[in-house]
Design a protein around this ligand. Structure first.
Ligand code: FES
Length: 120
């Protein structure tokens, strides 16, 4: 509830290096994850991250949490963040809302994959 009421890193990032767009056709929710990547000590780091989510309270809370989990991590570490990591970090989600945390993890993965695709 706290992440829903006071979401962290919310808003469009105009100069993002990459965006991940995901949606859930069942509930109609839509999420954008924006990332900015910097190289540090030979590693690609998620230097900045933000989100825009048009969806339920759990989708907003999970978006907010994934930005906190991913900020400062390497792209590889970002890819390894699971929906369970997101849910556990929020002190759990009702079973019916677990798919919302999937959306956040998938949004981050998509943003990282799009970034890598652009680099090729
Ligand atoms: Fe659709 Fe939460 S109900 S993401």
């Amino acid at each position: 509830m706290e992440h829903f009421k006071n979401p962290r890193n919310m808003g469009e990032m105009k100069d993002a290096d990459s965006v991940g767009e995901v949606g859930n056709p069942v509930c109609g929710d839509l999420m954008y994850i924006y990332i900015k990547v910097k190289e540090r000590d030979g590693k690609e780091i998620i230097d900045d991250i933000s989100f825009q989510t048009f969806g339920c309270a759990a989708a907003i809370a999970t978006s907010s949490m994934i930005t906190e989990l991913a900020k400062g991590k390497t792209l590889e570490e970002g890819l390894n963040i699971t929906r369970d990591d997101v849910a556990v970090s929020l002190d759990g989600l009702p079973p019916i809302k677990m798919h919302c945390s999937n959306l956040a993890a998938d949004g981050l993965k998509k943003a990282i994959e799009n970034y890598r695709e652009k680099q090729k």
